[in-house]
Write a protein that binds this ligand. Sequence first.
Ligand code: RP5
Length: 166
Amino acid sequence: MSGEKPLVGVVMGSASDRDVMLPCVQTLQDLEIPCEVKILSAHRTPQRAQEYAMGAAGRGLRVLIAGAGWAAHLAGALAANSLLPVIGVPIDSSPLKGLDALLATVQMPPGVPVATMAIGGGGAKNAALFAVQILALQDSETSRRFMEYRREMTAAAERNEDRWGL
Ligand code: RP5
């Protein structure tokens, strides 16, 4: 996978978001989706964030994922500067435990949507899976891997039930 052109850009507002966003990158890697990871901030590095979004489609990226905490404008700022679908992950890094980031990410004005996931690591993982679902629409191999992922998830849940001897 390394060396392949990235299809998904995973962006986070700070290096401190790494642990929350790790399940996102791991899930993309498990499903063999080439991705790149960037640290960009709507507030601290606004110009770099804008340039990244404006150049993303031209470099072959198909989906952007943005994780940020506090007044999380990163996903919205990327969406404002790109025609690519943007998936937002609210991060629970503030005293409000991500509720602030959730509202800032999800409450986009009409015309510029951000597909907003759950707060924290679960949302980060779902962001990867949602990106895979988008890519699977036009790639049968990705679609096959996603179906296999779902089958395995169901089988694991059933194995867990069996352990109770019900
Ligand atoms: C947000 O501020 C980042 O996404 C991060 O969640 C939060 C805190 O960043 P640091 O002060 O830890 O760099 O923009």
